[in-house]
Design a protein around this ligand. Structure first.
Ligand code: F6R
Length: 632
């Protein structure tokens, strides 16, 4: 729902008459220094009314942010502009009846990184005269300096965002006699930082588009274009795509697509544009289908994604095995769930490949990188391939001459493009904010790495994964889900939960706790199985849930630890091959050797999902989170 009423905003003092058609939804003020880095942008130009199509495209970008949104559509009398705090669904209800039938427009869905979420800071941002509207994804690093300069030239700012300078820079260029195209191209000379930008002008039937360091692709239909942050945005509308290179600028209109280039003081339009490529993604892969949420769809897809990975990954990793084998140091880096995968890699390499490897949180990598060099290899784990901390880690590794391997779900992502080697996750798009199928795929790739280092026959390494796949199939059955839902019901009133595991099962405890926190809002703390009695036991109260992960090998020690907790009032939930003597509830997960963590996490993904639903939370869109964390 929208958080504020729609109010028509009057024109600025220096606005032209056409600006009267522009309206804004307004609420309170915002904090200074706001930037807009983790957002989705989408546009449409062609023969159909733009507004419904832009809203449709933005809806499929909501995983990139859902704090606030807005659109600008060209009309005969000027730009129609609407913005709101809240989700696209609420915005659509308010806007669709009002939006003009203009066929050129741009839109934005935002995830605020600094400052409060409010309409002032929602995009699009407009120039002083209301003639130009822009949407931006990225960080303009020199925004403060540009604001001061533009303010000195008489520009007035309506938001606290870094992005707004873009609209005023174009306006200033045009005031000084430049064409819209030339003023847009001049952005490249003025902006420092990262950006994907779409701009429209009330008097030009086109969208101008450029990118540097932030994602932007163009869907190409018949006489229509869909520039957007990501392919799923427009995939049901067209499967053909042009990938924009760094610093490339394009003009898109119903008449065609041109590349913009600077020629002296002028801008020229060139027709040598890339041929659109057909996208291999299916529409089903980005739709919820009959599922209530993307999260449960993606959880249940894991039998299939793992199977595909087992078949296709051995060939994909073939080339990197010698690099891993011959390197002095192997380092895994990742953030959040991807860090948990990195940690699994550490346990696995010790057990299977008999190699010590390090696993670091991406944002901590700078404290370790000095020890690396050209004979090291850094494996960057990232579902999105866009996580800023992991991207920075890759840069740091490369500065030290260390080759990098990207293990990612997005093969054209920034981390993939920067890395010497790319190993895909074979998972298909993951659209729920919480990582599920990408996590099990990361574990599976690392298991294959480990097995490949242990033997010269990478294909051999798939055996434990086949075993995991079979277990996984059982754990996602309707009966298993019903049982997990019942366990979830028991957690409904809990204020806190503790999760423990030893060795690689500690990784499952970490990942399960993260899922419970982010998806179902439960304060969940993961501890190594041996650590509870070293302090945290003090927090255990009557009825505190304590969830234990173990395999046959850990069974005895886990029983002892669980009994200690039980005698202090904890309610014991066990996830392993057989119940513990103290179990109040048990989720049966049979051992699958080194691949057991792939299997054990499944009921916890389901549990988090079910608990969120029981609490009437939206599992796909956890509070305060976005899918790609493109801010450091
Ligand atoms: C948790 C989750 C996040 C991501 C993290 C890194 O469910 O999704 O913790 O794992 O933001 O993202 P990627 O893997 O895209 O680098």
């Amino acid at each position: 729902m929208l958080s504020g009423p729609i109010t028509e905003m009057g024109p600025p003092a220096n606005a032209s008459a056409s600006y009267l058609r522009t309206s804004l939804i307004r609420t309170g003020g915002g904090a200074a220094g706001t930037n807009d880095t983790m957002c989705g942008i989408a546009g449409y130009v062609g023969g159909r009314p733009a507004a419904p199509l832009i809203l449709e495209c933005l809806k499929r970008l909501e995983y990139r942010g859902y704090d606030s949104c807005g659109l600008a559509v060209q009309t005969s009398g000027g730009l129609f502009l609407r913005k709101a705090v809240g989700s696209i669904d609420g915005f659509r209800e308010q806007v669709l009846g009002l939006a003009p039938a203009g066929t050129v427009g741009i839109g934005h869905t935002r995830w605020a990184t600094h400052g409060v979420v409010d309409v002032r800071n929602a995009h699009p941002h407009v120039s002083c005269d209301g003639a130009i509207a822009i949407v931006h994804n990225g960080v303009i690093e020199n925004a403060d300096r540009l604001r001061t300069e533009l303010a000195g030239q008489g520009h007035r700012f309506a938001s606290d965002t870094d992005s707004e300078v873009v609209a005023h820079l174009i306006e200033e260029g045009m005031r000084q006699g430049q064409s819209f195209d030339r003023a847009f191209l001049a952005l490249q000379e003025r902006l420092l930082g990262t950006y994907a930008i779409l701009a429209v002008h009330r008097d030009h039937d086109c969208i101008l588009a450029t990118r540097k360091g932030s994602p932007l692709v163009i869907g190409v239909g018949n006489g229509e274009y869909f520039p957007a942050s990501d392919i799923p945005s427009f995939l049901p509308l067209t499967p053909r795509v042009v990938y924009l290179g760094e610093d490339e600028c394009y003009s898109l209109s119903a008449g065609g697509m041109d590349r913009l280039a600077v020629q002296g003081d002028l801008a020229v339009r060139r027709h040598d544009v890339p041929t659109p490529e057909a996208v291999s993604l299916s529409v089903e892969s980005i739709s919820k289908g009959n599922f209530e949420h993307f999260m449960i769809k993606e959880i249940l897809e894991q039998t299939g994604t793992l199977e595909r990975l087992i078949r296709e990954a051995p060939a994909a990793i073939h080339d990197v095995v010698p690099l891993l084998k011959n390197s002095k140091d192997i380092v895994f880096v990742g953030a959040g769930t991807s860090y948990h995968a990195a940690l699994f890699g550490q346990y696995l390499f010790a057990a299977v490949a008999r190699r010590h490897v390090d696993a670091y949180v991406s944002s901590d990598f700078e404290h370790h990188v000095d020890l690396l060099g050209p004979d090291s290899v850094v494996v960057a784990l990232s579902q999105s391939g866009e996580t800023a901390d992991t991207l920075e880690a890759v840069h740091l590794a490369q500065d030290r001459g260390a080759p990098t391997i990207a293990v990612t779900n997005v093969e054209l992502s920034s981390i993939a493009r920067l890395s010497q080697h790319v190993i895909p996750l074979f998972s298909g798009p993951e659209l729920a904010v919480a990582a599920t199928k990408s996590y099990t795929a990361q574990l599976a790739i690392l298991a294959l790495f480990g097995e490949s280092l242990a033997s010269d026959l990478p294909a051999d390494g798939t055996r434990p994964l086949w075993e995991a796949r079979d277990r996984l199939f059982n754990l996602t059955s309707e009966a298993a889900r019903r049982h997990t839902r019942e366990v979830g019901r028991e957690l409904l009133g809990a204020q806190q939960a503790f999760l423990t595991g030893r060795g690689r099962h500690y990784v499952t405890a970490l990942e399960a706790a993260l899922k419970l926190k982010e998806v179902s809002g439960l304060r969940a703390e993961a501890l190594h199985g041996g650590e509870m009695k070293h302090g945290t036991l003090a927090l255990v109260e009557n009825g505190t849930p304590a969830i234990h992960f173990y395999d046959q090998q850990d069974f005895r020690r886990t029983e002892i630890a669980a009994a200690e907790l039980k005698s202090r009032g904890a309610r014991i939930i066990s996830v392993g091959p057989q119940p513990l003597a103290s179990s109040d509830q048990h989720i049966r997960v049979e051992d699958a050797g080194i691949a057991t963590p792939i299997v054990q996490v499944i009921p916890m993904q389901i549990l988090s999902y079910e608990l969120a639903k029981l609490k009437s939370m939206d599992p796909d869109r956890p509070r305060n989170l976005a899918k790609s964390v493109t801010v450091p």
